[in-house]
Design a protein around this ligand. Structure first.
Ligand code: BDR
Ligand code: CA
Length: 317
């Protein structure tokens, strides 16, 4: 079992991914750290606690930051995830349980040190908490087993951005943090729009999931209604692409993904801000801001049918 800390901004697809991690017998979810993005930091943390209580997760929930390293935070993307960040499903009043008393980046530092080379960090929101952890304690890079990120877009399969033509939401939300995380000396795998847009959940799939997953099906169906409407009305899609669960699926079954390797950088200013760029060639250049950075892994294709089967089977077991 992989020990996982899940850094997330729940978030409808974040919640689907969190439940996949919880349901999988390949993952031991030891921590959930929250980040501003799809919801305010208060709502993202409340949603994580709610899901933890409702489904009996044992992971600690630690609240992260609402402030990107350099950029303005902007508003939460409630037009995609609903005002409460979780599709506007009713969240019961009352005690949802205590969060961990450490800030998310301190929780990450402590856990990486407590379990050297055992923890997989999975980030599916802005990467600010991970960058803060690296800035405060650079030595943690050598303690992480693996870092998996849902974010970015490299132009494979025709996908290069979802907020601008060349930037994906999580990376654009804090491009400086993403560049720090991608260039740190730990093994990073990025699962970007190049593959998340290849995996599509449509109405027939969601109905089948609702019926076959006795434990999670109805809840996932309910929280995704808002998300389905957004994709139908604003993007003219009769399905939604599967973003955050792609990072969890990579942790469970990396063999479903095709990858390319090379150093990778993020554009942190100007018209292409948030653009992620992978250098795959070994060529030498007179000026090269990639060549002294570590080689990382980028997913460029996925077996979508097997992925969808894995999600259905894991949630229905
Ligand atoms: C990413 O942005 C967020 O809205 C989703 O939760 C996902 O992490 C997709 O660009
Ligand atoms: Ca997310």
């Amino acid at each position: 079992m992989k020990k996982v800390i899940f850094d997330t901004d729940p978030g409808i697809d974040d919640t689907m991914a969190m439940l996949l991690a919880h349901a999988s017998d390949k993952i031991d979810l030891i921590g959930i750290t929250t980040i501003f993005g799809n919801a305010t930091i208060e709502n993202a943390t409340r949603n994580a606690l709610y899901v933890k209580k409702k489904f009996g997760l044992t992971a600690a929930v630690s609240m992260g930051t609402d402030t990107p390293l350099v950029r303005e935070a902007g508003e939460p993307t409630t037009f995609v995830h609903g005002d409460n960040g979780i599709g506007n499903v009713q969240i019961p009043e009352g005690d949802l349980g205590e969060k961990d008393n450490r800030a998310a980046h301190d929780f990450i530092i402590d856990q990486l040190k407590a379990y050297p080379n055992e923890i997989t960090l999975i980030g599916v929101g802005r990467l600010t908490n991970l960058a803060l952890a690296l800035q405060k304690e650079p030595s943690i890079a050598k303690f992480a087993k693996e870092v998996i990120v849902m974010g970015g877009a490299f132009g494979y399969n025709g996908h290069s951005g979802n907020v601008t033509p060349f930037a994906e939401a999580n990376v654009l939300g804090d491009p400086h943090a993403a560049d720090i995380v991608f260039t740190a000396d730990w093994p990073v795998t990025v699962v970007g729009l190049d593959v998340t847009h290849q995996v599509k959940m449509d109405q027939a799939y969601m109905e089948k999931l609702r019926n076959s997953s006795k434990k999670y099906g109805q809840f996932i169906y309910d929280i995704t209604r808002f998300y389905v409407d957004f994709h139908k009305n604003e993007c003219q899609l009769d399905y939604f692409p599967v973003h955050d669960s792609s990072a969890i699926t990579y942790a469970i079954a990396p063999e479903l993904f095709k990858v390319k390797k090379g150093p990778l950088r993020v554009v942190t200013e100007g018209v292409a801000i948030g653009h992620t760029m992978l250098k795959t060639s070994g060529s030498a250049f007179p000026i090269d801001n990639w060549s002294d950075k570590p080689v990382q892994t980028v997913c460029v294709d996925v077996d979508a049918d097997k992925f969808l089967e894995l999600y259905m089977d894991t949630m229905s077991a």
